[in-house]
Design a protein around this ligand. Structure first.
Ligand code: AMP
Ligand code: MG
Length: 489
């Protein structure tokens, strides 16, 4: 087992050596021993003073080759030019028995790509990234992972003075759409674009999709399909990413760069979780089309390698059918409806869409509704208490009853009762609601990290009942809707 640093070895066109900048008096906030074990990383990584030093940017282990990579991207629909790892810094790529993992420190100081930034991350946003990475993993949604979180009293200036933290995150690769856009925009560097694409194909692609006869079109097709699956999973748990710029889009279809994300409380399809997103570009219901727009940017970047426009479109267009199919499947499963014959699809789609409309009209709590209906669906008697609880979520009970009649008829017409039993395994009881993470942040700011740990433990198994934590599944308090999360982190 060793450090292989394959991305860094691509050369200076792609990344620049850079040392982490030390912080004063580092301390542990959270350590993800489960991930350490799952990835078969050395046990001492989370248990020694030396480890604390490394994961706060104050030291290195032999074999690490810290570097920052360059990328560009479209931000809020506009070409932003060069961006790059301004505060993320790769320690290298570690080869373990479970695969290769690039290990990044986020917030370990300035890099050549920091532009006007300080290269730091504050404790608040780092707790959000740490917890949400692991909450997403618990939900079975592809994501970069978080290995640990360290803090320092070092002051960091945002809207107010805050303190610094470093998240150690890992993924098979942190290559973004923006990496390709970067090299495509430098005509003289077409060699680099090809090198990057060849590297990605060789190291990170399995080639599951049917071949289009051009490896770069195949790459684009696979990214399109993975992204479709990812966004359909986001929609199914009401996850809003908040900043779907092309530089925050993972080439592997992972959820990447947790900023102003949110799981919706009262359902509003037009919900905007990023206080800085004045146009609502990244609203919940825009996410599927924005992902396609981003894929289109990636396609444009790959054009010098793909050659024909038509071929690029062949790689992009399957996104639409794939997204619709994943979305329908996910929401059907949420309703305990098994995959039906194609003839029944319109009925099923209608049921899902009418329900979402009803929920939107009443701002029904998204997570709570799906969990409660998971308990009610197996009860064939509409007067059952479990059904009453669901009905109580609606003011317009007449509308709901109409929908419920159609739904129950549909349920009864299906042979597969296992899908109903499975509802509790697809509709989480617990998600990282904004107010929950906010409470953990407030405690941690005072030096008590116990709530970070509680949420971490809870969200590892979001589908389990965990009765001692019932109150974490309840409706959010009134103040939750006043929380404003911006890009500032
Ligand atoms: P984000 O909106 O977090 O995805 O960041 C967009 C770009 O700004 C990326 O290139 C980041 O590395 C960079 N960036 C964000 N915050 C900072 C910071 N505090 N210091 C340096 N670079 C930053
Ligand atoms: Mg980013």
């Amino acid at each position: 087992m060793t450090w292989i640093n394959s991305f860094a070895n691509l050369g200076p066109d792609f990344s620049t050596e850079v040392q982490p900048t030390p912080v004063p008096a580092p301390s542990w906030v959270a350590q993800n021993h489960d991930l350490l074990a799952t990835c078969d990383l050395p046990p001492h990584w989370l248990s020694t003073a030396e480890a604390l030093s490394v994961f706060s940017g104050n030291g290195l282990w032999d074999g690490m080759a810290p570097s920052a990579s360059v990328y560009s991207g479209h931000q809020f629909g506009h070409w932003a030019g060069q961006l790059g790892d301004g505060r993320a810094l790769s320690l290298g790529e570690y080869a373990s028995a479970m695969g290769n993992f690039e290990i990044q420190l986020k917030g370990a100081g300035k890099t050549p790509f920091s532009r006007m930034g300080d290269g730091r991350a504050v404790l608040r946003s780092s707790i959000r990234e740490y917890l949400c990475s692991e909450a997403m993993a618990g939900l079975g949604i592809p994501t970069t992972r978080a290995l640990c979180l360290t803090a320092s009293p070092l002051q960091v200036i945002r809207e107010e003075v805050e303190t610094a933290a470093v998240v150690t995150r890992l993924a098979p690769s942190f290559i973004r759409f923006g990496h390709f856009e970067h090299f495509a925009n430098q005509a003289s560097q077409n060699g680099a674009l090809k090198k990057l694409a060849d590297f990605t194909l060789a190291h990170h692609f399995v080639g599951q999709a049917e071949s289009l006869g051009n490896p770069y079109a195949d790459l684009l097709l696979e990214v399109s399909l993975n992204t479709a699956q990812l966004v359909a999973q986001w929609q199914a748990v009401s996850f809003c990413h908040g900043v779907m710029n092309t530089d925050n889009m993972s080439i592997l279809g992972l959820t990447l760069d947790y900023g102003p994300f949110q799981f919706i409380d009262g359902f509003n399809p037009q919900h905007i979780c990023n206080h800085s997103d004045h146009q609502g570009r990244y609203a919940y219901d825009k996410q599927p089309q924005i992902a396609y727009w981003n894929l289109f940017c990636l396609g444009q970047a790959l054009m010098p390698l793909i050659g024909e426009q038509e071929l690029a479109m062949k790689a992009l267009e399957p996104y639409k059918a794939a997204f619709t199919s994943h979305w329908t499947r996910n929401f059907s499963m949420k309703l305990g409806l098994s995959q039906l014959h194609i003839d029944e699809m319109p009925t099923q789609m209608g049921l899902i869409q009418d329900l979402l409309q009803l929920m939107a009209a009443e701002k029904t709590d998204f997570t709570l509704f799906w969990r409660l209906i998971s308990h009610a669906a197996p009860k064939t008697n509409q007067a059952d208490a479990a059904w009453q609880t669901v009905k109580d979520m609606f003011i317009d009970t007449g509308q709901f009853k109409q929908w419920q009649n159609r739904y129950m008829a549909q349920l009864q017409s299906q042979a597969d009762q296992a899908a109903v039993a499975n509802m509790l395994a697809v509709n989480p009881k617990y998600v990282l609601r904004n107010h929950l993470v906010e409470l953990a942040i407030q405690k941690s700011k005072k030096g008590d990290h116990s709530e970070v740990d509680t949420l971490f433990q809870l969200l590892k198994s979001p589908f389990d009942e965990q009765p001692a934590f019932d109150h974490y599944s309840e409706l959010p308090p009134a103040w939750a809707s006043d929380i404003e999360i911006s890009c500032s982190s």
